[in-house]
Design a protein around this ligand. Structure first.
Ligand SMILES: C[S@@+](CC[C@H](N)C(=O)[O-])C[C@H]1O[C@@H](n2cnc3c(N)ncnc32)[C@H](O)[C@@H]1O
Length: 327
């Protein structure tokens, strides 16, 4: 599909008004480029732990939007955008308001990333996108099928893989480690696509409870449970923030989990560490990742301060997994 990209030069003060005006006109896929650093909340939502140095913010912003080349009345939309822009001038400094245009190559916003997600294995687990056909030679493999939709969690990210390896070890066991409980109850904080809950259940977990800030993850997780033939009753998933939502903490429960897994971000795991020991049974494990290597010591200190004993630290690329025990 061919798209035409239009870019409005405006001010950082007007960029939100500008995108809201465009959305009111039914335009989706709006892009904002400015030199304002992301907030901590935006960083957490976007799973970004470190940011490039930006040039100084001079108050200039470029707001771009895309219109399908065929099938839309470009002229009419542009007239509406120009009228909307002039209306905004009465409320806020919109700057030059100059609109430039360029052609883009074929774009399929929702599905393009799928080209980069194909089957792969972690130890003996085959992770396969739901849309890929299962090869004859893979029919007997330990299979997890995933469509993350708009949630995080194809399994390709180093942090997810670090957690999967720990689930393999602490649920199934391996040569150096034999778990006492082969059917643990698992809490998956930041469940995303549900991939870690599904791996845990497929490895033998008796039940999983998951949480995420993002309501869309509930849909992806539910659908992925179904695709993997897991009974819906094996998993309960809640939207919310375990760090400070006492109602959620109560729903999730106290001293009921053999394993808590949380693949989020160092800046989220640090404030979350104090509420983890209360969720774990004595002897239970906290498996966490999403930690960029230069924040390893900070996260380790927070986990130890919360009263857990760090038993393992693993690395993959620039990412870290910390596993800790409640003694
Ligand atoms: C890196 S993704 C992990 C997804 C999946 N568990 C995996 O390992 O691939 C992190 C998820 O944590 C969620 N998240 C961020 N902060 C959170 C918080 N305070 N509580 C629960 N979930 C959170 C995000 O919405 C996102 O879905």
């Amino acid at each position: 599909m061919k798209w035409k990209k239009y870019t409005i030069e405006t001010t950082t003060a007007a960029e939100d008004y500008m995108s809201s005006m465009l959305m009111d006109l039914g335009i989706e896929g709006i892009e904002i480029e400015d030199n304002i650093p992301l907030t901590k909340e935006d960083q957490a939502d976007m799973f970004i732990d470190f940011l490039p140095e930006l040039p100084p913010d001079e108050g200039i912003s470029h707001v771009s939007f895309y219109i399908e080349e065929d099938g839309s009345d470009q002229k009419q939309i542009l007239t509406q955008v120009k009228a909307g822009l002039e209306n905004l001038r009465k409320m806020v400094e919109v700057g030059s308001g100059m609109i430039s245009s360029s052609e883009t190559e074929d774009l399929d916003w929702i599905n393009n990333w799928k080209k980069y997600f194909s089957s792969f294995t972690i130890e003996d687990i085959l992770i396969k996108p739901t849309w890929e056909e299962l090869k004859e030679e893979d029919k007997d493999k330990f299979l997890i099928e995933i469509d993350p939709g708009i949630s995080f969690g194809t399994g390709k990210h180093e942090t997810t893989q670090l957690c999967i390896r720990q689930l393999l070890k602490y649920i199934r066991g391996n040569s150096e480690y034999t778990p006492e409980n082969k059917h643990p109850k698992v809490l998956d904080v930041g469940c995303g696509s549900g991939i870690l809950s599904i791996v845990a259940l497929k490895l033998g977990a008796s039940e999983v409870v998951g949480t995420d800030l993002d309501a869309d993850c509930m849909i992806s997780t539910k659908e992925n449970m179904e695709v993997n033939h897991l009974d819906a009753g094996l998993g309960t998933f809640y939207v919310g923030n375990l760090i400070d939502d006492e109602e959620l903490q109560q729903k999730v429960g106290t001293e009921v989990y053999d394993i808590v897994v949380a693949n989020i971000l160092a800046d989220v795991i640090i404030p979350m560490a104090p509420v983890i020991p209360a969720r774990l049974k004595k002897g239970g494990y906290f498996i966490t990742s999403g930690i960029i290597d230069f924040k390893e010591n900070e996260v380790k200190a927070a986990i130890e301060k919360a009263g857990l004993e760090v038993v393992e630290i693993n690395h993959q690329g620039e990412w870290v997994n910390i596993t800790a025990r409640k003694n």
